[in-house]
Design a protein around this ligand. Structure first.
Ligand code: 2IT
Length: 446
């Protein structure tokens, strides 16, 4: 394969889809060398096939707002790759959602899911619906209207959506209710991230953040370090940032900064448990601002317009959105002595930022490895649903630990540098790719 030629061809087929092209370029650059050692991959044109989604559904979603006015949004489901299992991946409700964003997320999901050790293909979906400022009733009506179309294309052995940005337990509840009504069947397993009383897995809300910290612990341990007493900053205040803050604090670290679209909150003494739980209140208020945190807790100070990356810290955890940490942010972190960055959001760092971290030789790991505990626990939820039982919290946690350790080992196996350090980007990309590519190869040309 020739990355340049492949990218030229892809740019022709998907003009202007920059996030999707960015995600593909990163994977191709990582796997090029290994791929070229496998003539059987080239003969089956695996790479040309793996970069394209299997299919995309686009649909109109019309719902009625609180003023009685009909509103129309666009809905999507990108079924990216099902070589190793049914399509699996979240739904994102955010005003910036478009086909390029969902293709990048579906592509990443394919490799991430392969890393989890579980049999799940990759997908992503969502809508340009903006939950900011919406009432509970509006959210419910939108979710129901969205499911009115989506339900035709999903199923326990076909495609199992979950949450992502703007979609949490509340939204999954509204969608599951409508799915049952339409299907006239109680399918516990058609969505994951369900409530605990109706088929959800214990620990699923925490799993992305918890898993990320288990991964960070392994990275640090391999480097002879410990997370205890280290300072951490996070961006965002959804389930992911909440789970990451909770586990980091439990492990003895101090979470001293959290940011939102409006600015950053600095908590020099570290977050307490009530502060961590307040993150969820911020999220469910649908205001999408972090400033109220500093009003509620006088120990914290809010600075408008600044990012979490402006705070001096040991460990930085992007937990909000793609490309939220750019080259300038990376330079600031490095100047302040940050020595570990783990993407908890999907593609949280720009290529310039990743390059700067790798050049500086600090610990860096990509989202598809770090945040895979979320979808892995979704996989565990699917297994429990299939078996019609619920595992206890400690059973799920044990499995999550095992999965995160396996992912770390896979990264080490494929990402070991000559100097003994680990290129986690390369390691995660090769490990995920090899599994999906092998599965595609063995199933013929289709
Ligand atoms: O990015 C992700 O891995 C998710 N949003 C979770 C997907 C899932 O199916 O649990």
């Amino acid at each position: 394969m020739n990355v340049k030629d492949l990218m030229t061809e892809l740019e022709r087929k998907h003009p202007g889809e920059n996030e999707y092209l960015q995600a593909v370029r990163e994977v191709l650059e990582s796997i090029e060398e290994v791929y070229n050692q496998h003539p059987e991959f080239e003969a089956a044109r695996i790479v040309e096939r793996i970069v394209e989604p299997d299919r995309i559904f686009t649909f109109r979603v019309t719902w009625v707002d609180d003023k009685g006015i009909p509103q129309t949004n666009l809905g999507y489901r990108v079924q990216f790759n099902s070589a190793i299992g049914p399509y699996k991946g979240g739904l994102r409700f955010h005003k910036a959602v478009n086909p390029s964003m969902l293709k990048f997320l579906g592509f990443e999901q394919t490799f991430k899911n392969a890393l989890t050790t579980l049999p799940m293909g990759g997908a992503k979906g969502g809508s340009d619906f903006d939950p900011t400022g919406k009432s509970n009733g509006e959210i419910m009506r939108f979710c129901q209207a969205f499911m009115l179309e989506l339900w035709h294309n999903i199923g326990v052995d076909t495609d199992v959506p979950a949450g992502d940005v703007g979609v949490g337990g509340r939204e999954i509840g509204f969608m599951n209710g409508m799915f049952q009504k339409l299907a006239r069947q109680y399918h516990t397993g058609v969505l994951t991230g369900k409530g605990e009383t109706w088929g959800g897995s214990i620990l699923r809300p925490e799993a992305t953040g918890f898993g990320a910290l288990y991964f960070v612990e392994h990275m640090l341990k391999r480097d002879g370090k410990d997370i205890k007493d280290k300072t951490v900053v996070v961006s965002g205040f959804g389930n992911v940032a909440w789970g990451a803050s909770k586990k980091a604090t439990e492990l003895g670290a101090k979470v001293i900064g959290v940011s939102g679209p409006d600015g950053v909150v600095h908590i020099p003494g570290g977050m307490t448990n009530p502060m961590i739980d307040f993150l969820l209140e911020l999220r469910s208020s649908n205001q999408n601002i972090v400033a109220p945190f500093a009003k509620k807790f006088p120990e914290a100070t809010f600075t408008a317009g600044k990012k979490a990356w402006s705070i001096k810290c040991d460990i930085a955890l992007p937990c909000a959105f793609q490309n939220e940490l750019n080259g300038d942010d990376a330079a600031e972190l490095l100047k302040n002595g940050t020595w570990c960055v783990a993407e908890v959001s999907n593609m949280g760092c720009t290529p310039e930022a990743i390059h700067a971290f790798q050049k500086a030789g600090i610990l860096f790991a990509p989202g598809k490895a770090v945040n895979a505990g979320g979808v892995a626990t979704s996989g565990l939820e699917m297994t429990q649903n299939c078996m019609h039982l619920s595992w206890a919290g400690h059973e799920v946690d044990e499995k999550l630990h095992f999965i995160m350790e396996s992912i770390h080992e896979a990264c080490v196996k494929f990402g070991l540098n000559k100097n003994g350090s680990i290129d986690y980007v390369k390691g995660a990309n090769i490990a995920g790719f090899m599994k999906v590519a092998q599965a595609m190869l063995e199933q013929g040309i289709y």
